[in-house]
Design a binder for this molecule. Structure first.
Ligand code: C2O
Length: 350
């Protein structure tokens, strides 16, 4: 059976916190009603109204100012508004540091290290983006993606860096030696600061090739392990698909501050989404899902337990809704597309 929408009344303090960190409440505000099922609707998404997610490094000042303004407005919402920035960030703590139990089960709800990784984060970004758009009063607004698989995008994007004029998009809890223009290391697990940019970019291309082509020939290897009703979360190091491991986990750790507990913010589940770059990183991960599917023979998981798995999110109206993993399959139905840019790893022969 599928994992059903989490039981919100089961919410407890997060588990799996680093021992030195004091767990805090990251439960979403409870709703007094049963959330309706929200489904993407093909009639509302004509191709003329598709929102375009663009590479962050190529953003102009005008876009950066709009993004910064959207986050300012989000930060300014009352703290108990589920659309406020801290509440948005807490969504990640809730589903990743397992504050909820699965419905009709005493087992916790965990979206990582399993096939729920891609659809959960797609829905998460979808609502986050719709809330930002609503705050701006601009229905065409779309998140940027961090295009680190391209040599021109292989650093913290300028608008998110500490040296830009948009302080709200940067974050003190990062590795300062990895600030713009340091080269991101997708194969990061040791200190690679000393690699010349050209070498690191080549390693990145190889890592992308492994994650999306060489090692991801089946839906199971790309998406990660099955996760069904009553299943316990995977122990660390198991269950993830190729992309969830690299570049996803590696870029999280590369951005995070390695002298802080849990390499926060980006290095730990509970803190990661407090860094605005989180959403650009995940837009990129989401884009990689789209790119993987353009390759011959690649398709989404068709298991009913995957398609019917459920999550809960507050939408741009502040209404709690229920969504299904299988309904995330088609980004166009959700109203957005990615700008097409060259992906050098697609043709790499390492
Ligand atoms: Cu829910 Cu980037 O992890």
């Amino acid at each position: 059976a599928p994992v059903l929408a989490p039981n919100m009344s089961s919410c407890h303090l997060p588990l799996d916190f680093p021992t030195a960190e004091i767990p805090y409440d990251c439960c979403a505000p409870a709703a007094a009603y049963a959330p309706r099922l929200f489904r993407p609707n093909s009639s509302s998404t004509s191709s003329s109204s598709l929102r375009m997610r663009q590479p962050a490094h190529a953003a102009d000042n005008n876009y950066a100012a709009r993004l910064a303004r959207a986050y300012m407005l989000m930060q300014a919402l009352p703290p108990d508004d589920p659309r406020s920035f801290d509440q948005q960030a807490n969504i990640h703590c809730a589903y990743c540091n397992t504050v909820y139990n699965q419905m009709f089960s005493s087992q916790v709800f965990q979206v990582h290290n399993s096939w729920l990784f891609f659809p959960f984060h797609r829905w998460y970004l979808y609502f986050h983006e719709r809330i930002l758009a609503r705050l701006l009063g601009d229905d065409t607004f779309a998140l940027p993606f961090w295009n680190y698989d391209h040599p021109d995008g292989a650093s913290i994007p300028w608008l998110f860096s500490g040296s830009s004029a948009y302080a709200i998009l940067s974050n003190a809890l990062r590795d300062s030696s990895h600030e713009f223009p340091a080269t991101v290391a997708i194969d990061f697990n040791v200190d690679t600061n000393l690699r010349p940019r050209e070498d690191q970019v080549r390693e990145n291309t190889n890592a992308m090739y492994r994650a999306l082509i060489r090692d991801a020939t089946t839906p199971e290897s790309f998406f990660g392990w099955a996760y069904r009703h009553g299943d316990a979360p995977m122990p660390q190091g198991y269950g993830f698909g190729t992309v969830e491991s690299q570049p996803h986990n590696s870029v999280h750790r590369w951005v995070g501050n390695r002298s802080a507990i849990g390499w926060k913010d980006m290095g730990s589940f509970y803190s990661a989404a407090h860094d605005p770059i989180f959403y650009a990183h995940h837009a990129q991960i989401d884009r990689l899902w789209e790119l993987w599917k353009t390759m011959p023979g690649h398709k989404d998981i068709e298991d009913e337990d995957y398609k019917n798995a459920e999550f809960l999110f507050y939408n741009e109206e502040g209404e709690l809704v229920r969504v299904k993993a299988g309904d995330a399959s088609n980004a166009t139905m959700l109203g957005y597309v990615y700008e097409e840019v060259e992906a050098p790893w697609m043709h790499a022969i390492p």
